[in-house]
Design a protein around this ligand. Sequence first.
Ligand SMILES: O=C(O)[C@H](O)CO
Length: 327
Amino acid sequence: MEAQELPCVLIDCIGGKHGVYEDHAEFLKERFCLITMKEYLENKNFLGKKIRAIYMWYHKPVINEELLQSLPNLKIVASSGVGIDHLDLSLLSSYGVKVSNTPFIVSTDTADLGMALMLASSRRLVEGHQMAISPDTEYFPADWLGAEVSGATLGIIGMGTIGYKVAERAKAFEMKILYHNRKQRNKEEERAVGATYCKKIDDLLQQADFVMLVVNLTPQTHKLIGKRELQLMKPTAILINISRGLVVDQDALVEALQNKVIKAAALDVTYPEPLPRDHPLLKLKNVIITPHIGSATVKTRHLMKENMTESIQAGLAGLPIPNEVLL
Ligand SMILES: O=C(O)[C@H](O)CO
């Protein structure tokens, strides 16, 4: 096929901190005519008419009504990752634009990261590393002890695909597993991992040594964990968030951590991301923060790119779209 016949796809940019990886862009260029936001903005009227899909890599480019109005031939937005809280599905649907994401691909890595954060936080890996590399060779103050993970109680809030994978891993650590879901309850899965369903989130919060947040961000889960919920948790408990920052009331969390209402937190997500450098969470020793890296492995990011490509190709060909997000 001639290069000029390739369908035009809008991306934010190539390379840099937030752009499409260079090698991914090479792969995409064999299949699409890539148009960066900068190119589009320089030649809106001409390029706007040509763009048929948006390859939305980690929430970029930002899609708003103004952009949609200027892309009359847009058919599909392929969004990376599982979360779709950054998209206005009704707006996109009103422009006849379909949406896809990459849900199952990211589950294993995100569950692995949840376990990594739980282990790192409970066994104080970051503090331990700092101690080990510090000029002070007196390693351990007498009170420097972690909390055990094996045999402890894990409360999973949100037992979807990722939550279930966390439970499978926790089972191997001989943990007692509690979970809370707002809607579905899957008894077969419960039995397979030996998890106990808590109808009331409060029961889970009161019993768990580790509370892991794995829910989608929706109006119902916005600031699901606030001052009241943190106060229900054990003073020895650790909160792990691998979902979205806004599922937790961050001010309440800071207060709880400062006042030892809970023991520690391990967060892959915050709001905003990154946090301003003077944010109180960055000053607390009992906090570990990672930069939203749930799906950040070579293999998964590669699969995401392939999956997004397939969705765009299917969407443009009028075929069923893999992982179409339905309104
Ligand atoms: O939703 C996801 O898959 C990641 O958190 C990135 O948005």
